[in-house]
Unconditional design. Sequence first.
Length: 388
Amino acid sequence: MRQTWVCRLLPVVFMLALAAPVRGQAFGFAWWRDAQFQHELALTADQSARIDAIFQAAISQLRAKKDELDKQEDLLSQQIASGADEGLVTRQVEKVEAIRSQMNKMRTLMLLKERQVLSPDQRVKLNKLHEQWYNFTMRDSARPSFLKNKVAYYITNKDVWKYVGSLDEIGKEKKLFYLGNNDGRANDLLQSGTLAETSTNSPPSQYVYDPLDKTSALFDLRPSDNYLTDQTYAFNISKFGLVFHSRPFEQDQEVSGFFELETYIETDVPDIDVEADIYELKQDGTSILLTSAIMRARYRESLEVEKLMEPGKTYLVPFHNFTFISRTIEKGSRLRLLLSSPNSMNVEKNYGTGGVVAQETGKGAKPAHVKIYHAGDKASVLKMPIMK
């Protein structure tokens, strides 16, 4: 089952102008590969390779531990939510904290081994570079030359750092993909809807959300070992959602920043939650989750003011809450967009009655028929952030 929490393992933006490392920590990027660091430290190719080998070996172990930590934290959350015995919860807390401690130990030893590759003179120079960082971030000193600009971001599948003057510069240009379908069909991977560069003027795509249907609980009970690449939900989308695919990319394209989505929605209930999941679908058929967002329709205009929907009317429900992404979409890959309504034991369920969601029960709930429009001034569109 897909994870629906905001804190997913996705690309991180490092605000280098604001960040300050603890003594002995890394700089937040692979400094041993950076040409300027290699020059300043007189780092040899052999030393760079050895440090990189230490890093790669440790990071694979840390990722495995992070997966284990996520599972144990999920279990802890479930125990707390279900009112489990205090002793049981205490033992689970100890498991979680033990894993955290192991990760801290692994990371510290990784940094120690990296420094041991350096000569005493190189360690002194590395400390001076740290000092420059400290002075810049905490004492308003001049920016060190290795901080090429105020913001650094990492392209995950290319192992490349790029630098810009502000966060707003990342992905300010958007490539548009208009949602459409083939004769009304967009509910199956093999008969999916389309993501086209021009409006399709096709009829609305439709799906049904039944808050009393417990079919999706099967996904919760059989969690994937890697939700980023798992396609179980996509292959079962015909039961409760929509799927759209773009044409294959004609060349590599850096996608960095925040996706946006504008959907024109009609439904026969006063309120509904809609989740949007965006994937890269590679030529070999594998996929990787890029980013996700969930919108509660009653908050479509503001998080501060609720406005319920009237059955039979169409409303613009915008998604401006996707998590940050930085990845190069490879030539031949396609975008995949899944639209559905969350129906999981892991998230708060919206029964669609229009009441206070936290107090709703299944009483009075009914299946919601959801339409996504594609034509004219109600053309739903996905906006992909690109960098040239």
